[in-house]
Design a binder for this molecule. Structure first.
Ligand code: SER
Length: 321
């Protein structure tokens, strides 16, 4: 049966690419994009689009009933750096939207949910390298607390009410198509824009801060794969560890410098350094690989090439012309 999908946060960094991929897979009319405001033009014009504030349960339920939605991808969230600035806004947005969707599933109004978690669920007391699926989790950020709490609720709704909710702990995600907003791993995207436009970058994390990262296409593939898997294969109902590569700002800088030799970098860590320091450097995602066959495809060199090619002015002129 073809699912009828609602994407909440469809104009965001992950939502915009996910919407396009799901429209290709299931047909444009079967994937309803929604966001709090209009954004990505292609997302808005390539299929049904609704302005939707997912903290408003009635408005959300109306859209779900109108389009006879069976699956919801809840991609709207306030990320780590912005949530530190606006703690209650971050907490309320991240939790209210999740409860709305979980309760609609509990009441039988939708069949399946995807909800993203993050490496931010881990904290300073978590083992930093090859962080296991099940380990100490004492998140030290508002965003991390909201994601950790969300994971507990997802597992609870699955066990108690049989809600089919699936989740991944995304690492930092890299893409040239849509800008991220308010995350700590955003430096890894900003650096490409600055390398191409100004040939110099001031990094807000220190040179040796190693964080888990992934190319967006890998993240989208993982998302579609976990949502397509037979329910019996989804054994973790909090959220799965998911990994591809890890690198430091200096390693990323050197990788870009191979393509842009005149590129220079300086380091000026700000409040985001403490956030990054509380997160793991690398993740053990063997459970996702065993349970539903996750595999990543892109390494650092490939990502660097794709990012530079995607953002280079030549490419944009070609595309527009
Ligand atoms: N990329 C996110 C952030 O930096 C983590 O999930 O906030």
């Amino acid at each position: 049966m073809i699912p009828k999908i609602l994407i909440i946060g469809a104009c965001g960094q992950i939502g915009s690419e996910l919407t396009i991929k799901l429209r290709l897979k299931h047909g444009n009319e079967n994937v309803i994009a929604s966001d709090i405001r209009e954004g990505d033009e292609f997302v808005v014009k390539s299929g049904p689009f609704e302005i939707l504030d997912a903290t408003n349960l009635d408005a959300l339920e109306d859209v779900i009933q109108y389009y006879e939605i069976t699956e919801v991808y809840l991609m709207a969230a306030m990320l780590s750096a912005t949530s530190e600035r606006f703690p209650m806004k971050g907490w309320n947005l991240n939790m209210e939207t999740l409860f709305n969707v979980l309760n609609l599933a509990k009441d039988g109004k939708i069949d399946k949910i995807f909800w993203p978690s993050s490496i931010a669920v881990f904290g300073p007391t978590t083992p930093k390298f090859d962080t296991p699926q099940h380990t100490i989790m004492e998140p030290a950020t508002v965003y991390g607390i909201s994601k950790q709490t969300g994971e507990r609720w997802c597992e609870y709704y699955h066990k108690r009410y049989g809600v089919d909710v699936r989740s991944l702990r995304y690492p930092g995600l890299l893409s040239y198509k849509t800008l991220p907003g308010g995350g700590t791993t955003d430096y890894a995207i900003d650096i490409f824009h600055e390398a191409l436009n100004n040939k110099t970058y001031e990094c807000f994390l220190s040179k040796d801060t190693s964080l888990p990262m992934m190319y967006m296409e890998d993240a989208i593939d993982a998302t579609i794969k976990i949502m397509s898997a037979d329910s019996k294969r989804i054994k973790v109902r909090s959220s799965y560890n998911l990994a591809a590569i890890s690198f430091t700002p200096e390693e990323l800088y050197l990788s870009i410098k191979n393509h842009i030799p005149e590129f220079t970098i300086s380091y000026q860590p700000d409040f985001r350094q403490a956030i990054a320091d509380s997160w793991p450097s690398s993740i053990d995602d063997s459970k996702a690989r065993e349970d539903w066959g996750w595999e990543n495809n892109y390494n650092l060199e490939e990502i660097t090439e794709i990012m530079i090619d995607g953002l280079s002015p030549k490419r944009i002129i070609e595309f527009e012309g």
